[in-house]
Design a protein. Sequence first.
Length: 285
Amino acid sequence: MDRLALLQNAKRVGYVFSGGSSRCAFQIGVIEALAELGVTPALAIGVSAGAWNAAMVAARSEKRIRYYWRSFMRMPHIDLRNLLIDHSPWRFRHLHERTFGRFMGRDRFKQPDALPLLVSVTRFRDGANVIFDARDVDDPLQLLMATNYFPPFYTHRPRIAGEAYGDGGISDNAPYEKALELGCDAVVVVAQKGESEGGLFKAKGDYDHVVTDPRVVVIRPRHRLPFRFTERRWHILDVLARIGYLRTREVLLDEEHEETNVRAEGEAPSARARRILRAIIRHPV
């Protein structure tokens, strides 16, 4: 069965959005293309910045996702006065509070028409991965902030039931197994690491993960994207969303689009650092 037929005929489709900071704008186009092709999600799982897109899908607000991103990017993200509040010049916590309240709201995920929203976080105490259901926590915003926690942009560790948690991408950046465990017979994993770079970044120590389960469809760029992790200009992110849209059509319809061939020059800094570290371990001075 081809990939599109798998998704269209599945009784329960799960969407999994990996982290990647501003590059998660790629996921906007994927969400839009899947909707055009008649794919309907039954639940959404999000990690790090991908959790905000997962939340919009679970809130059944995906048609407003571009407004959400533009609203967030329009607000100033640095204010020295914030040093007195969050002990950081970055205002991302405040920005997320405003956009979350406007587009979703604290009680949205407990309403009958909302989809289940699962969020991957890393427990500071032991580094273990934990996946929470937003319906089971008192404050879903705190859960979303936890999976995005990354110093120095955030300075105070978010707590859930008294336990401190941080960025979920460290311990599981593509928890597609959870969607299968919850009864999905098809899963879409949307990641930002290019295919030419190797396997998926799954977790710390698992940098080239290969998905072998035939029920899982992976949609990601062809190559390493030439977009900054901290990009905030909407006209640039709009291009990235367009690439996500076209790339989805390539994966599911076997189309070819020249726009998806964009690639960053050279080796990714993270890959270079791992290569150097491996060389040092194998051949110590």
